[in-house]
Design a protein around this ligand. Structure first.
Ligand code: AN7
Length: 360
């Protein structure tokens, strides 16, 4: 049974006897070896950390569970966050389960449908603002100064403390830190959390080395790469449509300390990686998650060598959350027929002819 990250890694987390050990079964997510990406990168050891396998379908649950446990410990009357979708889905679920009223501020027209539905079904109070994520985060920051609600964005240090457990799991599974960790970057909380986790686990003697951290922003929303704020961030990957990341400084620190990079990938590269993940790896991730795959493919095409290295690519969220993008792309035709055996068989034969499936 999965008892969650507070139970599994409690001795590495800032919790005490007054902290409730709550869980929705987050963490302990699969590390799956790549087939297709490994070939593209000419590297035999490439793994995906499947964070879409968390209870609400993204990595946010690892940090939300600790932020909510602390909120309960501190007798909070409710939680609030700004979100591009996944944080709000996670806050709504944990808020519902553990009895904390939840308020989420989301940018109108900029949150994937599945994520908004999650916030709705869990009963969160959804405030949709006529602005982008960056203005929503600014508003939430001002609201918590005046109202007794606990902020559960990654400015809440417990969020990153919880999220660092993903790095622990990778080391526990591989027996050592990978050579390279590739990860999408939006608000830059997760890259900060992983780095903290890798350092703490190394210092505790569980690994000897640290990975090179490679973060990828979307090209139309790449403030860290450009080294200036982006007023109107645009990208197909709505989760990382962020122009002024909350953890900007710590992300550049992670980049520099690890000898890594923070680069960007354009929408075409993101979509191409997203399709490779779905059609060749059998893994349906959301567009933002594909940025970490796209980034590695881009670097390889520019001549970077990965041979002999061990890579982990963080797949941050589940593709089902964002059903709009796939239908806007060109996919294989659906065949619509009646219900007679002949009609269906004809369709089948047409299909097998087209795709070269034999009847053997
Ligand atoms: C799938 O939900 O910012 O760099 O408000 O949902 O830690 O921000 C989500 C971010 C990557 C970027 N992948 O992580 C939110 C939100 C997915 C995401 C990121 C997000 P950070």
């Amino acid at each position: 049974m999965n008892h969650g990250v507070l139970q599994r890694y409690g001795n590495h987390l800032p919790i005490g006897t007054a902290t409730p050990i709550i869980s929705l079964g987050e963490g302990s997510t699969p590390l799956v070896r790549s087939r297709a990406l490994a070939k593209i990168l000419d590297c035999s050891e490439v793994y995906f950390k499947l964070e879409g396998s968390n209870p609400t379908g993204s990595f946010k649950d690892r940090g939300m569970v600790l932020a909510v446990a602390k909120a309960i410990e501190n007798s909070s009357t409710g939680i609030i966050c700004a979100s591009t979708g996944n944080t709000s889905a996670s806050a709504a679920a944990y808020g519902a389960r553990f009895g904390l009223p939840t308020v989420v501020l989301v940018p109108k027209g900029n949150v994937a449908e599945g994520k908004l539905i999650q916030a709705k079904v869990h009963g969160a109070n959804i405030i949709m603002i006529d602005g982008n994520f960056d203005s929503a985060l600014g508003l939430v920051n001002s609201l918590v100064e005046k109202h007794p609600l606990t902020l559960v964005n990654s400015l809440n240090p417990y969020r990153l403390e919880g999220q660092k457990t993903a790095a622990f799991e990778i080391i526990d599974e591989l027996g050592e830190a990978p050579d390279i960790l590739s990860i999408p970057v939006g608000n830059a909380g997760n890259i900060t959390a992983y780095w903290k986790g890798f350092i703490e686990y190394r210092n505790a003697g569980y690994s000897n080395s640290l990975p090179i951290m490679m973060g990828f922003q979307a090209k139309g929303a790449a403030p860290i790469v450009l080294n200036h704020r982006v007023e109107n961030p645009t990208t197909v990957a709505s989760a990382i449509r962020i122009g002024n990341p909350a953890n900007w400084d710590s992300a550049t620190k992670v980049r520099d300390e690890s000898g890594g990079i923070i680069d960007s990938v354009d929408d075409e590269e993101i979509i191409s990686a997203y399709r490779i993940m779905a059609s060749k790896e059998g893994l349906f991730c959301e567009p933002a998650s594909a940025a970490s795959v796209a980034g590695l493919i881009k670097l390889r095409s520019l001549g970077m060598q990965f041979k002999g290295k061990r890579l982990v690519c963080v797949i941050t969220g589940l593709g089902l959350k964002d059903p709009e993008l796939p239908s806007s792309l060109i996919w294989p035709d659906l065949v619509e027929v009646g219900t007679t055996f002949e009609e269906v068989e004809t369709a089948l034969l047409n299909y097998t002819l087209r795709s070269g499936v034999s009847n053997g």
